[in-house]
Design a protein around this ligand. Structure first.
Ligand code: ZN
Ligand code: ZN
Ligand code: FE
Length: 760
């Protein structure tokens, strides 16, 4: 007698459309002798499977465990069904009615199967710079609307040739329903342009001539996935300096695209986690230690460099010809959004690029490269863009239709779905009009993609942020969230913490609820409530934005707060930091108290000690001086540090930096080196955080805010807390800095930690 048959239906939700999910299920079914079908649905996919119990069970288990990247299953719901007479397994046409919940996928780096074909002289896509399949290729950057199919993408203008169409329609093919597929016959192609837009070469020849130009030190603007890069030989100091001059980017480190992973292994010592990140399908810029035979001007005065693997076939072909690393920096002037259109590029790169390597596949939305770093052994995303955006991040308990517009620096926006947050890509600082327009577009774009009209808009407490002004100008109900509470909420939500914990939020600046500038804050989370329980001792600061660029002003602020003047031991420091007149003017402003604000900012305290201890008086870009100060300590985690005692004042705990300043004062009269001062400073702060957690009996501590991108601070704090058997949680998929603020604002609104206008 034959064993009885069973039939089950599985509703699959997650990222299962346009990612080779159906061919994968089809293949498994054939392998295991399962009959039934698979189909896309508005919510994801549906699978019906019939066979002997043992095989049906193993079929569904394999779907879960063997699902190929980038497909991801978030849930599978099973229903038992009556068996049917039919045999065989099929892929059914999509059901397209109903609400849209299938996720929009990010752009994915070239997979190994495509890379092999790209280099195979017998393959019909040999050396074709737009090869892709269901497991790789552009997605978010080419999608105009959902549902995700070819007419809804910027590939609409490239009808499939018969060969491509056959692959597209064959359920057993790797390119089954891969929307962006193309070949040399039917797809986009390359051109090399003079700066004025004149075509000088086409197709592979364009690539070869662009490579020749890079070899001879020229600057080439290369149209990639989410926009243009400006590229130049990263070993050629003169050429890199020329790029810096033309791009008006003085000293901020430049990202480097490596020729191959093998090249990296010859020049850098990476940890396993760093390797994995560098070679990942998301392909972010990975910040690593060392400089590996690059020109000094790539990352001046820095012990770190950002490396990026080639992530599109175009990049791979170019790097295969070159065999050496190139600077690959966003094609823009400093602080403006990345350029995406080749005709616009002719204008924007006038006087910057010597040649333009372009193609005719339109980019629907600009997307920057992501940035990540391995800290405490785990990857942390610093800038969430290509490869990650707009993948939804779980946010338990949130309802759909809440829009959060983020902060002012490193802006990103986020939109809630049911129990999820779609975190938009990195927009950048909102100092320029084009950047502010990007933020507005990004908000509308996310809402339109998911067919959601925002019900509530959450913004920062700061009334003058461009994001706040945008939120308030609309006919939407708005609510505000205090900056550091949003950071704390993001840290709690990302880690799904619901038990009593302390969250340390250290960053540059954010407006506090008391009208002063916060940035060295400690919160207690308990029973769904949040409360500020401690902060760094505040000090006065003259000239808000200018002070960010001039750490010496923070230094003067702490000296004035502690001593009311500049003690004699700091005479040498004073002489190096200021012209005589300058310091006198600033001191009299501090005395009058009129032009200064009080701040508890940790970022500014780092500035102060970087200036006093290592004479880093001016930051060439945000966070520059503290980064150089961190590098000085050579990443050595110490256990001896400066004292930062804790005292109580008006029901709050104050972490006092004055005793540390006193020790620094003494150190200046001896032979203490700046690197030792840096080590003592970092270690002292880490110990103080540990001590406060112990004093207040916390078993769990969260770390958030841009200061925790300082890996010395982060890792010594983790170590200090763990030495007291305290559990540490921090960020992974959500940036610790202001890039994670919008997600935090959504989380804060879920917790009910919002303020102000409910409805207008
Ligand atoms: Zn592929
Ligand atoms: Zn074709
Ligand atoms: Fe912040």
């Amino acid at each position: 007698m034959e064993p009885p048959l069973i039939r089950y239906r599985a509703q699959v939700s997650g990222s299962v459309q346009g990612v080779g999910f159906r061919p994968f299920v089809y293949g498994l079914a054939l392998q295991l002798g399962i009959s039934g079908w698979v189909s896309n649905t508005p919510l994801g996919a549906e699978v019906q499977a019939q066979g002997e119990r043992e095989w049906v069970t193993s079929f569904f288990e394999k779907i879960k465990s063997e699902i190929p990247f980038p497909a991801r299953i978030t849930a599978m719901e099973f229903t038992e069904m009556p068996t049917e007479d039919s045999s065989g397994f099929s892929i059914r046409e999509s059901r397209t009615s109903g609400s849209i919940r299938a996720t929009v996928l990010p752009d994915i780096a070239t997979c190994s199967a495509c890379l092999t074909e790209l280099r195979d002289p017998t393959d019909r896509r040999y050396l074709y710079p737009f090869i892709n399949c269901t497991h790789c290729g552009p997605r978010y950057s080419i999608i105009k609307q959902l549902p995700y199919d070819r007419p809804g993408t910027s590939m609409a203008g490239f009808p499939l040739c018969p060969d491509c169409l056959r692959e597209y329609q064959d359920p057993t093919d790797r390119r089954f329903h891969a929307q962006p597929i193309a070949c040399p016959r039917c797809g986009p192609h390359l051109e090399l342009w003079e700066p004025d837009g004149r075509v000088i070469a086409e197709r592979y020849q364009a690539l070869e001539r662009a490579a020749m130009a890079l070899q001879s030190g020229e600057i080439v603007a290369v149209k990639g996935i989410g926009g243009f890069h400006l590229m130049v030989d990263a070993r050629n100091d003169v050429a890199v300096r020329r790029l810096r001059e033309r791009k008006k980017r003085e000293s901020k480190p430049l990202a480097v695209m490596v020729p191959s992973l093998e090249w990296v292994s010859h020049h850098y010592e990476l940890s396993d986690a760093e390797w994995k990140l560098l070679a990942s399908p998301e392909a972010p810029i990975v910040i690593v230690n060392g400089s590996g035979s690059l020109a000094e001007s790539v990352a001046p005065d820095s012990s770190m460099v950002g490396l990026l693997a080639p992530y599109s076939p175009l990049h791979w072909l170019l790097m295969d010809i070159l065999g050496f690393p190139v600077v690959a920096t966003s094609g823009n002037l400093s602080d403006e959004p990345i350029c995406t259109d080749e005709r616009e590029a002719v204008q924007r790169f006038d006087g910057i690029a010597d040649l333009l390597l372009v193609h005719n596949r339109p980019i629907v939305r600009p997307i920057d490269d992501s940035v990540a770093r391995v800290m405490d052994g785990e990857p942390v995303i610093w800038r969430r863009a290509r490869g990650y955006a707009p993948m939804p991040v779980p946010l338990a308990g949130i309802e759909a239709g809440v829009l959060a517009v983020g902060g002012h620096l490193k802006n990103s926006v986020a939109l809630s779905l049911d129990g999820m947050a779609v975190v938009g890509q990195h927009v950048g600082d909102l100092d320029t009009q084009p950047a502010r327009m990007r933020m507005v577009e990004e908000s509308h774009d996310l809402a339109a993609l998911y067919h959601l009209e925002p019900k509530t808009v959450i913004h920062d407490l700061h009334p003058d942020y461009a994001s706040t002004l945008f939120a308030k100008a609309k006919q939407w109900p708005t609510k505000s969230v205090q900056h550091h509470i949003a950071h704390a909420a993001s840290c709690l939500a990302e880690n799904e913490v619901d038990s009593r914990s302390m969250i340390v939020v250290w960053d540059g600046t954010g407006l506090g609820t008391d009208g002063t500038i916060w940035g060295g804050e400690f919160f207690a989370f308990e029973d769904g409530q949040i409360q500020r329980i401690a902060h760094l001792r505040p000090f006065p600061l003259v000239g808000g934005d200018v002070a960010v660029r001039e750490p010496r002003r923070s230094a003067l602020g702490v000296l004035f707060e502690a001593f009311g003047e500049v003690p004699i031991e700091f005479a040498d420091w004073l002489g190096s930091a200021f012209e005589l007149k300058g310091s006198k003017a600033l001191l009299s402003l501090l005395r009058s108290g009129t032009s200064s604000v009080m701040t508890s900012s940790a970022g500014r305290l780092f500035d102060a000690f970087a200036s006093l201890g290592a004479k880093f008086h001016v930051s060439r870009f945000e966070g520059d001086a503290p980064m150089r100060f961190e590098s000085l300590a050579k990443g050595e985690v110490q256990t001896m540090g400066y004292p930062f005692p804790i005292r109580q004042e008006n029901g709050l705990h104050i972490l006092d930096w004055e005793p540390a300043l006193q020790q620094l004062r003494t150190a200046l009269t001896t032979v203490t080196s700046p690197s030792e001062i840096s080590g003592m400073f970092h270690c002292g702060l880490a110990n103080a955080i540990g001590q406060l957690a112990v004093d207040l009996h916390f078993e769990r501590v969260g770390l958030s805010g841009g200061c925790f991108q300082n890996s010395l601070l982060f890792e010594s704090t983790c170590q200090a807390l763990r030495s007291h058997k305290i559990q540490v949680f921090s960020h992974h998929g959500i940036p610790p800095g202001d890039g994670g603020l919008a997600y935090g604002q959504l989380a804060a609104s879920k917790f009910g930690w919002t303020m102000g206008r409910e409805v207008r």
